[in-house]
Structure formats: structure tokens, C-alpha cells
Design a protein around this ligand. Structure first.
Ligand SMILES: Nc1nc2c(ncn2[C@@H]2O[C@H](COP(=O)(O)OP(=O)(O)O)[C@@H](O)[C@H]2O)c(=O)[nH]1
Ligand SMILES: [Mg+2]
Length: 302
């Protein structure tokens, strides 16, 4: 009798790209069933490439969540676009996401694949996200428009927020994933250190609680990250801003604003790490850090 053939393992890289705020990080978190990537209502929250690994029987998909595609205005944004570009170049399949309520998103994506990424030869799947916000009839013209250009292998309407259509995305990816062994051990969720996600959680709270330019002028450095046997873990983080006036706003009257960032961050960090921590926050001014290549390098953007 012929021995049953062992099912082949499939493994590959899938980059999620699109304009800021399309819902890329929300989708990644749904695919992983874990909040790995920070999500806010403000654009340009994700600055680094976030790698999230989905493991199932005989399947490993390495997702790359990327900074939203924009025309860069300063050095930090140039670095962010380079990060997105590298993710595109390393991936086996591309998930291209647009927010269906944004005409700008559709135009941008069409123009991108008809020009800059015209010769990119890998399967591309278009995700029409946020379908919960529009009546079904409104989707048809959009689907026709993208279908007509013949760039995308599949066009899938989804609501990342409601986890609607996400399984269909997964199934389509698995169907075309390259055959090959896992690149990472089966229990791996990501490759960035815990420290990185701790700084991301703090950045998320700053995006949530402060207006105008504050979140964009801010970054977070983890200065100390210690596990202690006898007591809670200890984390000391610096929030860097570009000017003294921003420092004053961040700290707030009697330190109330910063205290809130600290408390809310700590709760999420504890959930993320699944252990108790003590979190200490400091605010530091680094003049014009977003334009300074040396500082950007130290922060890991270059
Ligand atoms: N209504 C609706 N909102 C969504 C959906 N997906 C994401 N969002 C929201 O859109 C905003 C941006 O999401 P995020 O994942 O950070 O977008 P990213 O910049 O592309 O990573 C957040 O406020 C999300 O809650 C969706 O399917 N429906
Ligand atoms: Mg994001």
C-alpha cells in the first residue's frame, strides 16, 4: 500500500500596505487574534515595520504591517517610506488595503500600481476595507474600477474592525502561499523584542490623548527594562519631544496628563507581557529630532 503523502508545509511573507488609516494594523491584529500593532484614529501611527506571525497546521504566514504610504515631508517620513518599500520587496504576496470611504485612497493605489510599482511581479490582493460604513451598492463601482485595470488577483470587501471577511482573506492567502518549511519556530508571534512593543503601547496612548502635532513630535525610548524576581518588573521610558512647549503640554497641569499616559500604558503593557510591571515615564526635549539623522539612527529608523 502506498504511504499517505505528508501534507506540504506552506510559508511566506505577506506585506500589508496602503494609505495611512486604511486599517492595516487593525487587520493584522485580527489575523493574529492578538493586539500586536497599535491602532488609533489618527494617521501615521505605525512608524516601523511590525512583523506578526500566524501559525496554523502546516501553515506559517509572516505578515508585515507597514507605515502608511505618503509623500514624505521630513526625514522621519522618508525613513518610514523606506521601511514600507523594503517590506514590499521582501514579500511573496501583497495585501493592498484601501478605505472604501476615501476616494483619495483609491486614486492613490491605482496611481501607485500604474507607475511606481508597475513592474512588481507578485500576486496582489486588494482589500476594500471599512465596508461597514457604506451601503453595498456603493461598492460595485469601486470593484468594477479595480477589476478593469487587471492589477489584482482578488478583490475582497472586508471590515477589519468587525472581523468580517478576514477568514476569506486568510483562505486566499493560504491558497497561493509558497510551499516551504517554516522560517520561524511554530510558537513565534513576532521578532521584535518585548521592549519594542512596550514603547509602541506608550506611543499609542500619546496618539490617543494628545491633539495636533504632539503625537507626531513624540517618540518613546525604553531606557531600562528589568525583570525582578522578588517584585514587579521595572520599566523606565523617556518620551522625547521637539520643544519645551510640547514637554509642558505632555506633562500637563500638576503632571495629571502624563500620569494618565503612565497608568493606561501600564495596564496595556501588563496585558501584553502577562505580568505586573512598574512603569516610570520621563519627558525629554531633543530639538527637531524628526529632522536629525543622528537621532533617527539612534531611534532605529535608519
Ligand atoms: N468603521 C471601520 N473602522 C475601521 C475599520 N478598520 C479600521 N478602522 C479604524 O480606522 C482607524 C485606523 O486604523 P489602523 O488600523 O490604525 O489603520 P492603519 O493606519 O492603516 O494601520 C482606527 O480608528 C480603526 O479603528 C473597519 O473595518 N471599519
Ligand atoms: Mg498602522
Amino acid at each position: 500500500m502506498k504511504k499517505a503523502e505528508k501534507p506540504k508545509t506552506r510559508c511566506g511573507y505577506v506585506a500589508i500596505i496602503g494609505r495611512p488609516n486604511a486599517g492595516k494594523s487593525t487587520l493584522l491584529n485580527q489575523l493574529l487574534d492578538f493586539k500586536l500593532s497599535i491602532v488609533t484614529a489618527k494617521p501615521q501611527t505605525t512608524r516601523q515595520r511590525i512583523l506578526g506571525i500566524m501559525n496554523e497546521e502546516n501553515i506559517q504566514i509572516i505578515f508585515l504591517d507597514t507605515p502608511g504610504l505618503i509623500k514624505p515631508k521630513y526625514a522621519l517620513q522618508t525613513a518610514m517610506m523606506k521601511i514600507a518599500d523594503q517590506a514590499i520587496q521582501t514579500s511573496d504576496i501583497l495585501l493592498v488595503m484601501i478605505d472604501v470611504t476615501s476616494e483619495e485612497d483609491s486614486d492613490f493605489v491605482l496611481e501607485l500600481f500604474q507607475n511606481a510599482l508597475k513592474n512588481l511581479e507578485l500576486p496582489k490582493i486588494l482589500l476594500l476595507n471599512k465596508v461597514d460604513l457604506v451601503p453595498k451598492e456603493q461598492l460595485l463601482p469601486l470593484i468594477h474600477r479595480f477589476h478593469a485595470v487587471g492589477i489584482f488577483k482578488e478583490i475582497i470587501p472586508i471590515s477589519a474592525l468587525n472581523n468580517d471577511g478576514v477568514d476569506i482573506v486568510k483562505k486566499n492567502l493560504i491558497d497561493i502561499l509558497p510551499v516551504g518549511e517554516r522560517f520561524y519556530p511554530e510558537d513565534t508571534l513576532t521578532e521584535q523584542p518585548e521592549k519594542f512593543f512596550v514603547s509602541e503601547i506608550i506611543r499609542e496612548k500619546i496618539f490617543l490623548y494628545y491633539g495636533k502635532e504632539i503625537p507626531y513630535s513624540t517618540d518613546v525610548i525604553i531606557e531600562e527594562f528589568k525583570e525582578r524576581k522578588e517584585s514587579k518588573g521595572f520599566i523606565r521610558a523617556s518620551i522625547i519631544v521637539e520643544r519645551q512647549s510640547q514637554k509642558v503640554i505632555l506633562i500637563g497641569k500638576n503632571g495629571e496628563a502624563l500620569k494618565r499616559v503612565g497608568e493606561e500604558s501600564r495596564k496595556d503593557i501588563e496585558r501584553f507581557l502577562d505580568r505586573k510591571v512598574f512603569l516610570e515615564l520621563w519627558v525629554k526635549v531633543k530639538e527637531d529630532w524628526r529632522k536629525n539623522n543622528t537621532v533617527l539612527k539612534n531611534l532605529g529608523y535608519l
